[in-house]
Design a protein around this ligand. Structure first.
Ligand SMILES: Cc1ncc(COP(=O)(O)O)c(C=O)c1O
Length: 236
């Protein structure tokens, strides 16, 4: 069995939606490659298309399906005022018939712009918390979730970035796409370098590596934490 097939076989029974437009293309970055005297390619996960695309659509394919299969009636999550994650969640909830509750970190802006405007157009219920402390925010989300449950609702909680095991399945699948690209061309990758924030993207790729036995290296560039802390997050 090819390495990509090993991965697909491993996750085939995990139900997911097909919101993301996959596979995303892989482009050679000619100017950067010439300049650095290396062969550098970019997996264009900005082109997942759904709700203006980005890496979070892959996670939401599995998270929203999990919510639907398990009878949840809404999604609840949090993020920055201009969070891409919250934008895609708002739209994914809307098209799948789930109400969306967002707790946004920071002061309510005077004017709704960009992602905040899109969250509202998608009908998300938004509350603001004037704190950037993670504990305060998580407490606020928990209060909102309990209120909803008391009112008879069944909200599906997702941490920021959708970085829980089920969300990371989206990036296990991405690893299969990367390997399949190599299997269908003469381009073999030695290193994958990925931005690592809420950690689910890197964790999914690493899980795909473990399943397939791919011999290259995966390097996460931590965007918001020290290396040690981020490594723990990825392993968890
Ligand atoms: C393009 C891109 N790659 C990777 C990441 C990091 O993903 P994660 O939050 O799963 O670590 C982000 C985070 O927003 C991103 O926008």
């Amino acid at each position: 069995m090819r390495k990509s097939e090993l991965i697909i076989d491993h996750i085939k029974d995990i139900p997911g939606l097909e919101m993301s437009l996959l596979p995303t293309p892989v482009h050679r970055l000619n100017n950067l490659s010439d300049r650095l005297k290396a062969d550098i390619y970019c997996k264009r996960d900005d082109l997942t298309a759904f709700a203006f695309g980005g890496n979070k659509t892959r996670k939401l394919d599995y998270l929203v399906k999990d919510a639907l299969v398990n009878g949840y009636d809404s999604l609840i999550t949090f993020g920055a005022v201009q969070s891409n994650w919250c934008r895609i969640t708002s739209i994914a909830g809307k098209v799948n018939g789930l109400d969306v509750f967002l707790v946004l970190e920071g002061i309510k802006p005077e004017k709704d712009t960009a992602n905040l405007l899109l969250d509202k157009l998608a009908g998300a219920d938004i509350s603001f918390i004037n704190s950037l402390e993670r504990d305060d925010i998580i407490r606020q989300v928990e209060i909102k979730k309990q209120e909803l449950e008391k009112a008879g609702r069944k909200p599906y909680y997702m941490p920021v970035g959708g970085s829980v095991a089920i969300g990371s399945v989206g990036y296990i699948r991405a690893m299969a796409e990367i390997l399949e690209f190599s299997e269908n061309s003469d381009v073999y990758f030695k290193n994958i370098i990925v931005a690592s924030g809420s950690a689910g993207t890197q964790a999914g790729l690493v899980a795909g590596q473990v399943i397939s036995g791919w011999k290259g290296s995966i390097t996460g560039m931590a965007v918001s934490r020290a290396r040690y802390e981020q490594e723990q997050n990825v392993f968890e």
